[in-house]
Design a protein around this ligand. Sequence first.
Ligand code: NAP
Length: 259
Amino acid sequence: MTNHPTFQRSFQNQIALVTGAGSGIGRATAIAFARHGANVVVSDVNERGGHETVEMIRRDGGEARFIGCDVSRSDQVKNLIANTVSTYGRLDHAFNNAGIEGTPAPLHESTDENWKRTIAVNLSAVYSCMKEEILVMLRQGSGNIVNCSSIAGIRGFPGMGAYTASKHAVLGLTKSAAIDYASSKIRINAICPGVIHTPMVDRVTHQDPKVEADYAAGAPMNRMGNPEEIADAVLWLCNPGAAFVTGTEIVVDGGWCAK
Ligand code: NAP
């Protein structure tokens, strides 16, 4: 993580929540928030991964605590936000990042179960999280939300119907909510990562060097991104330097969508 001079320690005494923070992009973003001074709520359904992230932040001299949550369960999301507010009294930044890739298959061979689970985790959960986060941010009169979409929120990908639909819908939800709360000092944006080297991508490529090279070659930069490059963009969106930015998406993809 680069320590940008523009927002060095600029999240001091602020509270940041990251879902899916036990791995990959969420972990890198939780660490980045902590390095820039935030108290971080590390949330994940994967307790082991979540606790590991908290340990990494504490070893690094930062502040974090783990609160478990399956974001597809609205009752657990309510508890997560209530617990955050009862611990810290506020919520300044939320990165709704948790997501799953689902099981790739052409549409006629895909299962209803895959459709329901992918939509539940990647889309309905973003709705549930935003609902609870916005209630807190309205009370305190400010806040920033970043939702995790994907280049699959902009382009189609073979065999990824449910995933692609969920990520397109996250952009629609982001834009609509951004309009609703623009006058309430709540900024709501999305991030669209390209292919980023995380455990999710390792599951898709099976770490086969030939498949990894094919994925990398999809980007004109001819490489995968790393999770810290997404974290940098999320932090920028939450920074006062982005004060006039709402209802949009930042694409961080090594040029993939420029083709
Ligand atoms: P990752 O390494 O698999 O990390 C995702 C984390 O979310 C894992 O710890 C996972 O736990 C957790 N999670 C899964 N379902 C959850 C649920 N229901 N409630 C709470 N946590 C849950 O994936 P990643 O690559 O960092 O992806 C993070 C986000 O970026 C996702 O929304 C993904 O769609 C998006 N994205 C990734 C890429 C990429 O190339 N990596 C590209 C575009 C967008 P388990 O390990 O137990 O499943």
